[in-house]
Write a protein that binds this ligand. Structure first.
Ligand code: HEC
Length: 138
């Protein structure tokens, strides 16, 4: 038998697998994407704020949602409660480093964010403040 035939069949199977699985793989994250409310403004971000966005997505968005809009696991940070005069920047460092005992919401305690450093938190604060500012949260 032609030695190349099995290779060709494998190749075709691989292509079919990719065609079948690819759309599923790309659809999955969409189901978990936070619903962005109408009129929510995503401002253009400077370099620090962009770094903050990527740190936020890694360490905070699983609970506080994309763009800090909240999720089933944690409250929105785009909320009057978290304006700078209610929760200053220091509250963000303390929350991430030490965790938070539930007091405003019914999501339970926020655990300390494992392994996060002040250097990683600072741009997160800049990012959250930029989003808050763009949306009149303060
Ligand atoms: C496992 C879920 C979870 C993760 C991950 C998480 N948070 Fe929270 N966070 C919460 C919950 C729940 C609360 C609300 C507690 C309450 O009821 O007031 C909260 C509250 C806060 C508060 C308010 C603190 C206060 O003094 O009231 C800040 C600020 C905050 N989170 C920032 C962050 C930042 C920044 C990150 C990422 C570095 C992060 N959180 C990651 C769940 C989480």
């Amino acid at each position: 038998m032609n030695k190349q035939l099995p290779i060709a069949i494998l190749g075709i199977l691989a292509v079919i697998a990719v065609l079948v699985l690819w759309p599923k793989a790309t659809q999955l994250p969409q189901e978990e994407t936070t619903l962005i409310p109408d009129g929510f403004v995503i401002p253009s971000l400077n370099a620090t704020q962009k770094l903050g966005q990527s740190n936020f997505n890694k360490s905070c968005a699983s609970c506080h949602g994309d763009y800090g809009l909240g999720s089933a696991n944690g409250p929105p940070l785009m909320h009057r409660i978290y304006e700078p005069n209610h929760h200053g920047d220091g509250a963000f460092f303390l929350a991430a480093l030490n965790g938070v005992r539930a007091h405003h919401w019914k999501f339970g305690d926020m655990p300390p964010v494992d392994g996060i450093t002040e250097t990683e938190i600072a741009p997160i604060v800049a990012y959250v403040r930029a989003l808050q500012q763009a949306n009149g949260v303060f």
